[in-house]
Design a protein around this ligand. Sequence first.
Ligand code: TNX
Length: 526
Amino acid sequence: MRKLFLFAAIVFLGACARRHPPVVAPQAGPTTVKPQARVADVLPRPAVLEPRDGEFVVTPQTVIAADRSNADVARVADMVAQYIKRASGLAVKPSSGAAASTISLSITAGENPEAYQITVAPDRISVVGSGPAGLFYGFQTLRQLMPVAGEYEALLFQQPRPFAIPAVHIADEPRFEWRGAMLDVARHFFSVDDVKRYVDLLALHKMNRLHLHLADDQGWRIEIKSRPALTGIGAATEVGGTPGGYYTQQQFADLVAYADARFVTIVPEIDMPGHTNAALSAYPELNCNGTSPPPYTGTEVGFSAFCVDSDATYAFIDDIVREIAGLVTGAYFHAGGDEVKTLTPEQYARFVSRVQTIVASHGKQMVGWDEIAAVDLLPTTIVQHWRPKTDMDRLARARRLILSPGDRAYLDMKYDDDTMLGLKWAGLVPLQQAYDWDPLKIVPGIAPASILGVEAPLWSETTANLRDVEFMAFPRLAAIAEVAWSSEKAHDWQAFRARLGAQAPRWTALGINFYRDPQIDWRPIK
Ligand code: TNX
């Protein structure tokens, strides 16, 4: 009888095991992956970071406690679960209450919606955002405390492996509201997928603006339904004469939504009145002599300009701004305004005044390169500083300023004389130079409250594909991200060097083609 019972029990258990495949290594034990991350390596450096004793082990029993009725919380909860799955093969479950091993994600409205706090204790991780963006940034930090295997999409686990996250308390918020990058998709065109990847890499670094330079002499890159020739002849080529390309409005709207989901605001730029050969080649009426020039595939600047005294030009600009304003969710429209060599200062000033009114009439705030500081600007207009040697007294009067000094923040400047890609009109920009500056000290006398933040432009005269872009952007983009996010107190070149070297395994896992700067001791991937 007892034997029969035992036999039945074994058969029953066997059947259960077939229905529920046995979980391998359910406990934290010798197979647990030890923390690979050191809490001190989080980049950009958090405002407060206190290492604590012990660690949290993610096991098959771990649950994610998150209010799934809040879409922002649910989205981050899914990201955390997906990351853990990739990092370890473990499928952590959602839960309404707490368990013995809980990752809790929540939003508690606070003063700065980009702020967040993380506490990692042996039985519980809690990530609290002061708004949806803050919770998302909390995840970007937590991600850096988990195994880099989570960055691979295709990694297959033969058996799930618990892993440990070091105990720590972090309280963090950004120094500046504008933490941007710019990509020039006009000189060389980049696909929607390329731009989405750039968005992903920005989000990892808690950057929140992607300014797209959508038109220049060499190409027009966005569909305008009322002006179809722009993406006919205007988009056909790029620098060097290779085929160009453009985004349809649907693709662009999709890109905007993708970026929004990662708290990156797309800032569209149509550069004018100069840098306009592509538009001039498509529409003869924009030229004062009524004749279109041929498409241009060289890299000279300053030769083209709209006919600024003609009403046809403003009717054209109104169409462009209206259609693009309808596609973006952000508050900004960048109208360029740089390097016009063929107009008088009076013509230029009249043009900028009129364009900023058009931009405002479509509900957007105008951004312009620092040449526009010579003009009487609306209080909402934003000036983007780029020329290292410019009229600083004029800039000091700007009510809203973004800092992109060419000799610090330009990602298309060469690292050193041997860099194969890039330009050097603003000099060489070695990594330390991109890191070691204070945005509040660039323009003497400006009110600190006028400074919105920092942006790192990457002009694409010499970068023909995303591999080239990544080589010029990394590691300097990480330096700019820290300048924009971390407090002045946290700024320390030696500490940054160490933190940066620790990113190599993650960047390798992500497949980033980064420049192995010899000043950095890059940690090997294991
Ligand atoms: C200057 S920066 C330009 C661009 C070039 C860039 C190359 C700015 C507002 N204008 O047209 O692509 O230098 O670094």
